[in-house]
Design a protein around this ligand. Structure first.
Ligand code: MRU
Length: 347
């Protein structure tokens, strides 16, 4: 997508350097971060310089390729195995991360060149899959629709286009009049900071919605559909996504609002039978206790916004049972979240 009239990807690799849009600084500063080694790429994933399942996956693939480049000839496989473990420990919930490390690790066993190619392929496929998700999802959007979304499953969460936002971009490009309710998505506010920034750049009408206003807005009949992304989808269609997604799904069901999940096949984990088996990342309580914002002097600063001395709990994701989901929009089409349909998708 474009930033100041220039096309950017969220993450890319040239030579042995990985380039990333520094998402911790958005929407206040647009800056490219460089990571020169697999360890630096691990830090970028862990500290959320890059975030969102698809973008994390692409970065993890590049990190594996960097590791293969850095590995000594006499200890090549051992070095790779250790690096793979380190990369996989950065963010445990995003399935795309493990999809990428496995694929690039297997390619690296053949050669460094194969590892590099596999990592570039993963990033390129990520773009194509997201574009396709947009085309299929667009078929569900009618002219005049009000759509609610949670967190950021836009192009910043992928390499380009996004998952949940891709259908919205496609509908907007076709000239459909749409309005987007953007869940703020505390504690890190990916909705208020990143999704709102993306939509503003594309001139798509939208408003940021406090996290606890979902029931109010849906009960007034103001939401025609909800589209969210996914971090991991179990074999039975249960979906792990940003914390708060399950609450929205419960409210959507109460008010008969269709609830769609958008994700590529690389987010499905067929070895995970139900959502109960998905590991939920627990993050630092400081993300709840502090907020980072722009001061009048142009500096970005972190401030305490809760009662000093109180503790916080910070689960990063929750699991929405398949039963609450109207459909899953993938690059191969829209499916019902059931064991049978998911099996068919992978045939
Ligand atoms: O913790 P994050 O920002 O990496 O969270 C992941 C997400 O962005 C979401 O859960 C998103 O809705 C799905 S992944 C594009």
């Amino acid at each position: 997508m474009k930033v100041n009239n220039k096309h950017y990807l969220t993450v890319w690799m040239e030579g042995s350097t990985v380039y990333l849009i520094e998402q911790n600084l958005l929407p206040f500063k647009f800056q490219i971060h460089k990571s020169e080694s697999y360890k630096e790429s691990c830090i970028a994933i862990k500290t959320m310089i890059v975030r969102g399942a698809g973008a994390i996956g692409a970065t993890a693939g590049f990190a594996m390729a960097q590791a293969s480049n850095e590995a000594p000839e006499n200890d090549y496989i051992k070095f790779l195995e250790k690096a793979k473990k380190e990369i996989e420990a950065t963010r445990p919930t995003a399935r795309n991360l493990f999809y990428a490390t496995n694929r690039v690790f297997n390619a690296a066993k053949i050669s460094k060149q194969e590892a590099y190619k596999a990592a570039q392929d993963i990033a390129a496929e990520n773009v194509q899959d997201a574009k396709k998700i947009g085309e299929f999802g667009n078929e569900l959007i009618k002219d005049g629709y009000n759509i609610e979304t949670h967190c950021n499953a836009g192009w910043l969460g992928f390499v380009d286009y996004g998952s949940a936002l891709s259908p919205i971009y496609a509908a907007n490009n076709e000239g459909k009049k749409i309005f987007v309710y953007v869940d703020e998505t505390r504690p890190r506010s990916q909705g208020a900071r990143l999704t709102a920034w993306e939509l503003k750049n594309e001139n798509i009408p939208h408003a940021i919605l406090p996290d606890n206003a979902g029931a109010y807005i849906m009960s007034r009949g103001k939401v025609d559909m909800m589209i969210v992304g996914a971090d991991r989808i179990a074999a039975n269609g249960d979906v792990a996504n940003k914390i708060g997604t399950f609450e929205k799904a419960i409210v959507a069901r109460e008010f008969n609002v269709p609830f769609y999940v958008a994700a590529p096949c690389s987010t499905f984990d067929l070895d995970c039978h139900t959502g109960n088996n998905i590991i939920i990342e627990q993050r630092d309580e400081d993300e709840v206790l502090y907020q980072t914002g722009l001061l009048n002097n142009g500096e970005i600063e972190k401030v305490l916004v809760c009662s000093p001395g109180s503790n916080a709990i910070n689960p990063a994701f929750d699991v929405t049972p398949a039963d609450y989901i109207t459909g899953i929009i993938t690059e191969k089409g829209i499916i019902k979240p059931s064991v049978e349909e998911i099996k068919k998708l992978f045939k």
